[in-house]
Ligand binder design. Sequence first.
Ligand code: DGJ
Length: 741
Amino acid sequence: MQKIQIFYDAKQQLFHLSNSKASYIMELQEGTWLLHRYWGARLSAYHGSNRPKAVKRTFAASLTPENPAFSLEIEPQEFSCPQQGDYREPSLSVRRTDGYLSGRMQYQGYEITDTLHIPEGLPHIRPMENKGAKSLSVHFQDVSSHVSLTLHYSILEDSAAIIRSASVTNTGDSPVYVERALSALMDMAYGKEQLAVFYGTHQKEFQLSRQDIGHGVTSIGSTRGASSPQYPPFAALCAPEATEHTGEVRAFHLIYSGNHCVRAERDQYDHLRLAIGIHPENFRWKLLPGESFQTPQAVLVYSSQGFNGMSQEFHKLYTNRLFPRQWAKRIRPILLNSWEMCYFDVSEEKMLQAIEKAASLGFELVVLDDGWFWHRNNSKSSLGDWQADPEKFPHGLNPLLECAKSHGIQFGVWFEPEMISPDSALMRAHPDWCAQIPGYAPLLGRNQLVLDLTRKEIQDYVLGILSSFLESCPVSYVKWDMNRHITDPGSLSLPKDRTGEFYHRYMLGLYHILGNLTERFPEVLFENCSSGGGRFDAGMGFYMPQTWCSDNTDAYDRQAIQYGASYLFPPSAITAHVSAAPNHQTGRQIPLAARAAVASSANMGYEWNILELPLEEQKQILAHLSEYKAERALIYEGKFYRLRSPFTDGGCAWMAVDAERTRAIIYYFVKEYDTSVLSYLLKIPYLDPQKTYAEKVTGRRFTGEELRYAGIALLPVLGDYPVIKLELRAEARSICQGTAP
Ligand code: DGJ
């Protein structure tokens, strides 16, 4: 295996980052401008073969009189400032003390280190003992104003990813204002790439969109104070012929949970610019002399093996180096959540019964969701008043904890710590604690307001409340919810020249709380949630290893949602629950087999009133749980591949397989029985072609090669929302009798 390398070729003025999977190459032009040359499959050497010839163009401003053809309007860059003749969208915009924009960054030097660059106060890719990483920092200084820029690049031994970020420093003696600081920008020749992004909404997250890139700017983003289900901070450029299994994909994913943007700009010369970072709208950061602004990290993944190849890289990187270490590879308890079971109508009596029943059916954790605290009977009150409701839980929550313990299972609880209800003791005590803009009454969302987490005393308060709760009631699990977006990005504590800092300061405040809390209580399993997958991003993943993927528990809709989420996150990070039929969100009647199969494809739990189920259904649950326990190592330790897309193929299929490719479970879902379909043909490219596999139910035997190239014919199943499950095991002696040429 090739080691990681970063070297600077002084003769050619090239920076070349490489490992066994990828190369990333930049050229320093005339000792001043850093130009992008290549990012893709590993190159052992680069001699400028793809370097375009500079051609003088009317309207293109030249930077040096001696070389009129050299213009930043045309050159492929690694970052871009305004006012240098590059009229495309910049990645950096800093307003100088005199009111003008800083716009002449000149190369100063570089450093190469044997470590990962870590952005202070922000979630990040973690260094790993025994696994190498190298970083390159390239420094620039504005020629006339006191602003400097450093671009950070890290490359890892065990990943195809390049991690980028940037920091801006005020090197002068009076303040400057950062108005835009994106994490990564890259220019390249347009090669008919398509742009893949996600769009969505509450209950319909991670919908895949793949489109041609026209001239002009195509942009997605969020200005909601959360990464959002509308457009998560991800984009991929893919070859038009790329599939799940083949073709080049270049993906960009931001490790950040707040406002963000992705811009894809195709210009008049068919150059393509892709930039990702914090959304510049309503962003303005005052930098005092000596201070720096550090952007979040952007993870850049290159795959030559289609979108599955890309996902394998994200899954491995996030499992090994993003999620909290102690949880990343641990099998998570199968939980029963009270939300769709009884919504706000929870009580000690019901929960004691639920714990007892859950333990008898094989659940490992019972979660008390919303409705457990002070007078919380609906969404109109009490957020902030985090003591057990005296009527519903007259003895507090500890009896539930003890009951769970006595049944050999765990107990967990729901919080929404970033919020405050106008009708709450907390609001009455601190009416100034919510985010607000002077002169405007803050807008309600789900009847609630947002706590101003930019303020240190409020961060300390939230941290204190959660810490003392966890100390006095040592639950094993916390669901951290966030059910509205920010409308009033203001703080009574921010001076007027810092109001543009609200959104990012909010995120820094939240990360501070989460960092402290998860460090203080490493054995508590934190589950991220924002009305489902409203803030399902890598930033939150740094603190919480799993996310409630959607409030939509309908097993048909969930196929698309989980399929989309699996582009970035492994199944261990995606929680999926079996719920009632008819489904509470859609009214669909989906058989238990399909509901169980969709949830079993991820980090599985239930939220269903198990207290009122007929015996037959209870037996089915018992059987499902023990089946999942026997199979879940594949979900947590194996690899997950998408085989058929609900977005384009009609039907949905995926597979979990162990690392040695000796055992695989494949699910194939369709919406309804179709009399014209005699069989479904499924090709499975990810088995070992040298192995022979036996199918569990029928005992039929096939070679991996055959399943890969000829595929397997699956018989349709009668009924609505049928699911076909296939379990394959490799035989010890892999010789299969069959028709040989
Ligand atoms: C939204 C979550 O996604 C649900 O699972 C549930 O916890 C509710 N909030 C509770 O208010």
